[in-house]
Design a protein around this ligand. Structure first.
Ligand code: AVJ
Ligand code: FE
Length: 440
């Protein structure tokens, strides 16, 4: 019945809100108050800013817009407006102290639960299928991932703990041929898909090869050892300029260790493991590696076809493994582990064509600039995606170990500046197939 459906949606939303809030609290209770208000990197906000910003967005979108209720606090909107306050300036703002920020979040959340009990999930798109609630869940999860990246930049002993990811259960190597032909990119039907994932549209692609797995630390070390960082032939012009300017020589958080490398993760040093996807590289590094390897980065459409296209039916799936929500057997998502899993660890998450670990582990840089799909319509605000369209941002796909399953799908699009690498970013390579290879 419709009533039963609405009740089911209500309890699912309530559960997602609570699950997400538990993660937010975990990330902000792992450190003391001094650590919460400190800026750990000029690239990041103090954790206490993210904390209250999450509450402020929830107040704006749910309490005020959907609920039409009185403001909880209208005096702090500007402080937590990401467009008005650049990250580097946020520590000098008169921010709510940690205890006040937590109390603010709790007050807003109480009102949201009240609203959720009364709202009719009618056909207005903001409330239909719980979209506005889903958007808030995803927004908080996105900031949780950002806070996780702040933790990675934080100096001092480890405060976050998680079991290691699974070991490889399949041998995965080489490339997969994706035959020429159309596929449906984006979605009209995924209830919580954001505006930039819409509308669904047919894209015609020539045949191409795509790596069956993300590029590993071992492969990336070969690029370093071959002098890849010192050879402008492999780098784009802006890439080489950036490499020179900041002296790039290895992924972020790596340091030489004897005859090999070690990396720092959340306050612990470890030997670099060869079979793990490389992480903390910028777009320019990814592009240089691909050129050195005789390949290129996949376009966003190539990534999505490899992830979603089912050759048996011609349909596009929600995820590589099908339409079901991710479980711990499918992908390394949701901060269950504090690093990418080795290649071959998720055979159950492979796509029909045999492409592995597209979802989870690391965000994958693509060759595509962040733009609207044909027929794009901003919803509910231009500020969510549209203001970022243009030539500045590169699309990343697939989500990382720090991305929650609620904020990740085969259609999900992330974006960042091509020089950024404090995010959990890696990549895989692709290349054109010659016409005689286009059919197997
Ligand atoms: C989609 C990850 C690029 O963090 O800037 C958070 C998500 N938007 N608050 C970001 C977002 C508004 C966004 N990214
Ligand atoms: Fe935000």
């Amino acid at each position: 019945t419709d009533r039963g459906d609405a009740e089911q949606l209500r309890s699912r939303i309530a559960a997602e809100l609570e699950r997400t809030r538990a993660r937010t609290l975990l990330l902000t209770e792992a450190v003391d108050d001094a650590d919460l208000v400190r800026q750990h990197s000029p690239l990041m906000s103090p954790l206490v800013w993210d904390l209250a910003h999450v509450g402020n967005q929830e107040e704006l979108w749910l309490v005020r817009d959907v609920g039409g209720r009185e403001p909880v606090r209208c005096d702090i909107d500007d402080l937590y407006d990401a467009f008005k306050q650049p990250r580097r300036d946020r520590p000098s703002l008169p921010l709510l102290p940690p205890a006040e920020a937590r109390a603010y979040l709790a007050t807003v959340r109480e009102k949201v639960h009240d609203l959720l009990d009364r709202v009719a999930f009618d056909s207005r798109r903001l409330v239909a299928d719980g979209f506005a609630f889903g958007m808030i869940v995803q927004h908080e999860q996105q900031h949780d991932e950002t806070m996780l990246a702040t933790h990675q930049l934080r100096a001092g002993p480890a405060v976050l703990h998680a079991p290691p990811p699974p070991e490889p259960a399949a041998r995965v190597a080489g490339e997969v041929l994706v035959p020429a032909g159309p596929f449906v990119m984006g979605t009209d039907t995924d209830p919580w898909a954001l505006d930039n994932e819409r509308p669904a549209h047919r894209v015609q692609l020539p045949a191409y090869f795509i790596d069956a797995a993300p590029v590993t630390n071992g492969a990336y070390r070969d690029f370093i050892a071959a002098g890849g960082y010192d050879d402008p032939r492999w780098w784009s012009e802006p890439g080489w300029r950036h490499r020179q300017e900041v002296g790039l020589s290895a992924p972020m958080h790596w340091r030489p260790d004897g005859d090999g490398w070690a990396y720092q993760r959340f306050g612990r040093w470890d030997r670099v493991r060869d079979d793990e996807p490389v992480v903390h590289v910028c777009f320019h590094e990814a592009q240089a590696y691909a050129a050195w390897a005789g390949k290129r980065l996949p376009t966003e459409a190539e990534w999505e076809k490899a992830a979603r296209w089912d050759p048996a039916t011609g349909r596009s799936r929600r995820y590589p493994w099908g339409d079901d929500e991710p479980t711990s057997a499918h992908a390394n998502l949701g901060q269950r582990h504090l690093r990418p899993a080795p290649v071959g660890a998720y055979p159950a998450g492979a796509s029909p064509l045999g492409v592995h670990q597209l979802i989870g582990d690391i965000w994958e840089w693509t060759a595509t600039l962040f733009r609207g799909y044909p027929g794009f319509a901003a919803f509910p605000y231009r500020e969510y995606s549209e203001v970022f369209f243009g030539d500045d941002y590169q699309v990343l796909r697939g989500g990382s170990f720090g991305t929650d399953g609620a904020a990740c799908r085969g259609t999900f699009r992330n974006w960042d500046y091509p020089i950024r690498r404090q995010i959990f970013s890696g990549f895989r390579c692709a290349r054109d197939a010659r016409p005689e290879q286009a059919h197997r």
